[in-house]
Design a protein around this ligand. Structure first.
Ligand code: ADP
Length: 503
């Protein structure tokens, strides 16, 4: 087993990996930028090393600095977490040159499966159905446009290097094609330094269902079942659950087998996720492979009883997977919400700042994976993900009831959070019946709200107003009582976000 692992990440995922190391009695070294000097992962780590200024290009994305820290700290392995360098094949390459073990797939497997067009080609060769479209980057725009016409609109232009919904444009008619091509290409170039695009048929109201796989270095590849991730805001997941309410054992088996086939074809080792879109007739189509740990991995952990980070470490150390995938049936139901420092009443604009106070939920079936603490200032340099709240129950209904109860217990002051969004989603009849699709939440947020439950700050305002009213009346004042602020309506989203999202 490893002696010391370098954790090349920050925030809740750095804390998550650190905890796994501690349980395995492996030492850990973390890195931090100037903006993260006071961060929780730095406080909890055995050792912490400064790697430069706040911008990630000058710190968390600098492979040379990471390698230098690994050498100085005497590490023998590197865990990349998710985001940052997690899907950059240069990191496993640099690790092997430095004699370090990369806790993830090989550079070759990353390249064979990670780039979207490469993944599509391998899927086709592995008999895994793909969304109709091009399997190579578009070279001539008029050829792509002709294909769009023959497939029929709407189509979707997507960045080959895509991630986080960037470089993606829905094209509804021919006249929009060239402008969309230009916009998507320049967005992709800005985000990934790669302007190449490809084309997919735009599926109407699909569901996003993904399969978690694990593969060891001895040829065993297993599926740990699926996660339902259809609740998305602008193509970004916000609520995830396992198992998917629409997946039957038969489809689970077929999807699992397809994911395993693909992983084998790519000679994949370690944890990975094969994403699919599912249509109304339960047909599933390959979307992409994420060659890393996912943000939403805890829901799979809760229904399988496995610790995916420890298994990643064990696989990287050459251990064998101790079970066959056929024997794995999900137990109960788990649901996760992604907690962000952002303002739902102001178009989900990031809301960094100092956390003045907080109360955290606990009790039966509740898990909170966070990277924050009271008194800490959420920096505005990174994705504003605070953490994830996960509930487990014997049934989906119990998981939802526990999550609702935990959200009531969760308070943070000093910054705005998106907690009110989840209180709303968890009471929507469509969500409760799981009659949802990938644009369901965007449509919900465009609908005007008739009544809006007060947020915790509004509760505070109302309580203060009531106290003042009481006090002034006691004193015999004839003044009118203070009114609590009208809850702001949920605004339709149109302003672009300024902070990059985690995958
Ligand atoms: P990224 O890597 O940028 O996150 P993905 O390919 O994983 O992009 O897609 C993200 C989301 O975008 C999907 O979950 C789905 O909501 C939507 N999407 C992607 N491709 C299609 C498609 N062909 N038709 C409809 N929706 C799609």
């Amino acid at each position: 087993m490893f002696k010391k692992i370098l954790i090349a990440n920050r925030g809740e995922i750095a804390v998550r990996i650190l905890r796994a190391c501690r349980e395995l009695s492996i030492e850990s070294a973390v890195v931090f930028s100037e903006a993260d000097r006071q961060s929780l992962h730095v406080r909890l780590a055995d050792e912490a090393y400064a790697i430069g200024p706040a911008p990630s290009r000058e710190s968390y994305l600098r492979i040379d600095k990471l390698m230098d820290v690994a050498r100085r700290a005497g590490c023998d392995a590197v865990h990349p977490g998710y985001g940052f360098l997690a899907e950059n094949a240069d990191l496993p390459k640099a690790c092997s040159e430095a004699g370090l073990t990369f806790i993830g797939p090989s550079a070759e497997a990353m390249e064979a499966l990670g780039a979207k067009t490469a993944g599509r080609q391998l899927a086709r060769r592995s008999d895994v159905p793909t969304v109709p479209g091009t399997n190579d980057p578009i070279e001539k725009i008029d050829e792509a446009q002709a294909l769009a016409q023959s497939m029929g609109y709407p189509v979707l232009l997507k960045a080959v290097a895509g991630g986080g919904g960037k470089g993606m444009r829905v094209v509804n008619k021919d006249a929009e094609f060239s402008a969309a091509f230009r916009d998507a290409g320049s967005e992709a170039n800005n985000a990934f330094g790669d302007a190449r695009l490809y084309l997919e048929k735009y599926l109407e109201k699909p569901r996003h269902v993904e399969v978690q796989i694990l593969a060891d270095a001895h040829g065993r590849v297993v599926s740990l079942g699926e996660r339902e991730c259809s609740v998305q805001r602008r193509h970004q997941k916000v609520v995830e659950e396992a198992p998917s309410p629409i997946i039957t054992p038969d489809i689970r088996k077929k999807m699992g087998e397809a994911a395993v086939r693909l992983a084998r074809a790519g000679r994949y080792v370690n944890a990975g996720t094969v994403e699919f879109l599912v249509d109304a007739h339960s047909n599933f189509y390959f979307l992409e492979v994420n060659t890393r740990l996912q943000v939403e991995h805890p829901v799979t952990e809760q229904v399988t009883g496995l610790d995916l980070v420890k298994l990643q470490i064990a696989i990287a150390a050459g251990h064998r997977l101790p079970f066959a995938w056929e024997t794995l049936t999900p137990r109960g139901h788990a649901m996760e919400v992604r907690l962000y420092a952002e303002d739902p009443d102001n178009n989900f604009f990031p809301s960094p700042g100092k956390i003045l106070s907080r109360t955290v939920p606990s009790g039966p079936g509740i898990r909170l994976d966070e990277g924050i603490y009271e008194g800490w200032t959420v920096p505005n340099d990174y994705d504003p993900l605070l953490g994830k709240l996960i509930a487990w129950g014997n049934s989906r209904e119990e998981a939802i009831a526990r999550l609702r109860r935990a959200l009531e217990e969760y308070t943070v002051t000093g910054i705005k959070t998106n907690v009110a969004l989840f209180r709303r989603i968890l009471n929507e009849p469509d969500f409760l019946r799981s009659e949802i699709h990938t644009t369901w939440l965007d449509e919900l947020l465009r609908r005007p709200r008739t009544t809006s439950p007060p947020s915790s700050t509004e509760f505070d305002a109302a309580a203060i107003a009531a106290a003042l009213f009481h006090a002034t009346h006691q004193a015999g004042s004839a003044e009118a009582p203070a009114q609590s602020a009208e809850p702001s309506p949920w605004r339709a989203a149109s302003r672009r976000e300024q902070v990059d999202r985690q995958p």
